[in-house]
Design a protein around this ligand. Sequence first.
Ligand code: PEP
Ligand code: MG
Length: 341
Amino acid sequence: VVHAIQARIDVRRQRRAEFDKLRDTPAFTRDGAKITLLMNAGLDVDLDILADTGAEGIGLFRTEFQFMVAEEMPRFNAQAALYSRVMDAAGDRPVTFRTLDLGGDKVLPYLEAEREDNPALGWRAIRMGLDRPALLRLQLRALIAAAKGRPLRVMFPLVANVDEFRAGRALVDTEIAWALRRGRKAPSRLSVGAMIEAPSLVWHLDALLPMTDFVSVGTNDLLQYMFAADRGNPRVADRFDPLSPPFLRALEAIQRACAETGTPVSVCGEMAGRPLEAFALVALGFERLSMPPAGVGPVKQMVLSCDREAARRGVSALLKGGAGSVRNEIETLARKTYLAI
Ligand code: PEP
Ligand code: MG
């Protein structure tokens, strides 16, 4: 809640500043590539800043936040009411709902959890959803009810193997059939996606992508799992840089596989909201970035001043290097290509 309120204050401050002028300007690079900038959200308070940011939609709605701020498990009606408010607030703009990403560092005071030695590697996210299908099915039912025949986009967190995605998708189909049997409306368009957060999936994209309607790269978790460094522990989290050859190569492999199969892909980790990191993502070919609300203005300013082709050539040369971080080199490149960072 504190983060959400702070984000709202930051966006309001920016509104008065230079970014307000850019709010309705579409984000095209100087060489004409359209970059879609989306916002991450999770609470009611995020909704009224959607229009202020100029974001083209919500690329990541963290549904577990409602569960984390509640004193008891939100029931079907409370879930459906929130999802419906989100879709109403977004209007024609797309919203991607992520199913519950509980467990790990996201603990519910009213849900008894077994102590785990390694909660980040433990019983969390889609693992919990598949083991407790009643919880996940209730949520999917609430999403379908809230859509009331509108388009619906759902994605699963921390998918680590393709069977998990297949099982999650089957539950969505079961719930659509349940709704239809009761004479309720199915979503006019249903898109089911996977978050790419577990490194295992990077090596199984040929199997995963044909099963999905879209994927979204959760760079916060992907970085933590690739470098074996707890994202919440500042002693180790700051040792590893997403602007490093191994991480950028993994992202490049994902982008390339998605381009080859025509699978829509976005990046929704925090790095998408930082202009220099977003510059690297644009250079790698990503065209959909979802970020904390206060990132949209600065990232748009970067996109408008960026020459994607020059950035692509520069970053691709840096991927072959042997350094643990290429942040300084990317910054120099950004400045050379007239970038407002
Ligand atoms: C991520 O892991 O990058 C992500 C967007 O999900 P969360 O930060 O909620 O784990
Ligand atoms: Mg994550």
